[in-house]
Design a protein. Structure first.
Length: 104
């Protein structure tokens, strides 16, 4: 079977023995994403991972890594309505026709 899947025997047995760890991590992720979702929807889906991290630390006394928040947001398809780059693009388009004159 390992030859068919092209994996080593040790890798297969390591994966097989880690089933409990994966289930515990999945349960913990589900609990933590509920807290992230509550913040995300209270703020009308306009907060990113960094803002959620600050709200968790300041208001809920929960310390969570920003990378973990990003991973959970991606895993559970939580996308912000506004993106920083689109705002920059709007500003650039607005000032595209502006002429800057230097006077001495």
């Amino acid at each position: 079977m390992c030859q068919l899947a092209e994996v080593s025997k040790s890798g297969y047995y390591a994966w097989l023995s880690a089933e409990d760890v994966r289930q515990v991590r999945e349960a913990r992720d589900t609990q933590e994403v509920e807290l992230i979702k509550s913040i995300f929807f209270v703020k009308n889906q306009k907060v990113g991972a960094l803002q959620i991290k600050m709200i968790l630390e300041n208001d809920h006394s929960v310390v969570m890594n920003q990378k973990k928040i990003r991973r959970l947001m991606k895993k559970f398809s939580l996308e912000t309505k506004l993106g920083g780059r689109s705002l920059i693009g709007k500003c650039l388009r607005r000032h595209k026709n502006t002429v800057h004159v230097q006077t001495y």
